[in-house]
Design a protein around this ligand. Structure first.
Ligand code: NIG
Ligand code: FE
Length: 387
């Protein structure tokens, strides 16, 4: 059963061979999807016949957004911590423990319900592909449980047993590093990735290296939360290990950016975290000038970024990180795909997964120009219309 999506006022394909510029822009376009894939892209007047059609009446169409960094599975919230921050209390990662306690106390069904709701909100903002991390369990059984639950809603799962050292290991942190690198790691077969929070108040560079190398030996891909609160040398470690993605990078030197670019590490910027913690936003121009590919993601979590809207992230990146609208949309789709090392999502070329968002706007610029407006009119995932 083939479907012709036609009447597209503006189409971003994210493929220079399918349109103009890095975003592969076309006007008056159409595409044909079949068996969950894009099989044709071109001028609407030359579109081939299909079994069915959807005339989008001049709306803009973009690739489904890829949210490559979330912490979707958690219980409770930290609204009081957020309010205190607005009165001047800085973020130091200490609140993670509050969420760990609430998450451990929640039943599977409670967590499922809350996580599904957040996943649904992401879809409403145009997300068709999502990564989710564990990290609010921090015991062997709770991390195994959160990885399983993440796999129920996310397309890719990351094991983040090394989020912070849990209370019960406060005086025995080496034992916790060993636990994460051995027994806990062995209990999370559903996680394709491993991540560490390498930052002030969390894990040191040496601890992060030990955990990531254990993950690599167990067959996991590597990612790193780093340089969010301070520059402890985590970005350098990310380059040394050539991790797939280094995330946050709020405080990073030009030299380390050069090393990340050389090692082909994607920089995942999370402006929702700067927004929610009142921190300085990273300037994406510095990354681009040093050849670093940038992804954008929500970092949805109850502490630093309780944000379930990728369109808000795009608007923040344009306004605060000095990205053009095209760059921000590319980073929120193709960039996220690169951060997850996938080439079948994040673009609309022939052969891509038929994941697309139809906007209630004639031009994609509206995504940054009208922040907060519910601009996603319809969403297709693997060729199936979700709403
Ligand atoms: O990505 N930085 C570490 N982890 C999360 C925040 C976790 C929390 O505060 O609950 C983040 O910002
Ligand atoms: Fe995070």
């Amino acid at each position: 059963m083939s479907l012709l999506v036609t009447g597209v006022g503006e189409l971003l394909t994210n493929d220079p061979e399918h349109g103009v510029g890095a975003v592969g822009r076309r006007h008056d376009a159409a595409l044909v999807i079949e068996d969950g894939r894009v099989v044709w892209v071109g001028d609407a007047r030359r579109a081939p016949a299909a079994d069915d059609f959807h005339d989008v009446e001049g709306r803009a169409v973009i690739p489904g957004l890829v949210d490559s960094h979330t912490h979707l599975v958690f219980a409770g919230d930290r609204a009081d911590e957020f309010a205190a921050r607005l009165e001047g209390r800085p973020y130091d990662g200490g609140g993670i423990w509050t969420t760990v306690a609430a998450t451990r106390a929640a039943s599977d069904d409670e967590l499922r319900h809350a996580t599904r709701e957040r996943r649904h909100q992401l879809a409403r903002s145009g997300v068709t592909y999502v990564e989710a991390k564990s990290g609010y369990g921090l015991s062997v059984s709770d991390e195994a449980r959160l990885v399983e639950l993440s796999g129920e809603v996310a397309d890719e799962v990351t094991f983040l047993g090394a989020h912070v050292v849990p209370e019960e290991y406060r005086t025995r942190r080496e034992e916790y590093v060993t636990l994460v690198s051995t027994e806990m790691l062995g209990r999370v077969p559903g996680a394709h990735w491993i991540d560490v929070f390498c930052d002030a108040g969390a894990f040191s560079v040496e601890e992060a290296r030990e955990i990531l190398l254990a993950g690599r030996a167990a067959g996991k891909g590597l990612r790193l939360h780093t340089n969010q609160l301070a520059d402890l040398g985590g970005a350098r470690l990310a380059a040394e290990l050539a991790v797939a993605s280094a995330d946050h990078l709020t405080y990073v030197s030009d030299e380390d950016l050069g090393a990340l670019g050389d090692a082909e590490v994607v920089a995942t910027l999370l402006p929702g975290a700067e927004f929610s913690t009142r921190s300085p936003y990273p300037d994406a121009r510095r990354f681009r000038e040093r050849g670093v590919v940038v992804a954008l993601a929500t970092d949805c979590n109850p502490g630093t970024s309780y944000i379930t809207s990728m369109t808000l992230v795009i608007a923040l990146a344009v306004r605060e990180c000095h990205m053009s609208v095209d760059e921000a949309i590319w980073s929120a789709s193709a960039g996220g795909a690169r951060a997850l090392r996938r080439n079948d999502v994040g673009s609309l070329r022939v052969g891509s997964r038929a994941d697309l968002a139809i906007l209630d706007a004639p031009r994609v610029t509206h995504l940054a120009y009208r922040p907060g407006a519910p601009l996603v009119h319809a969403l297709y995932r693997r060729g199936v219309r979700e709403f």
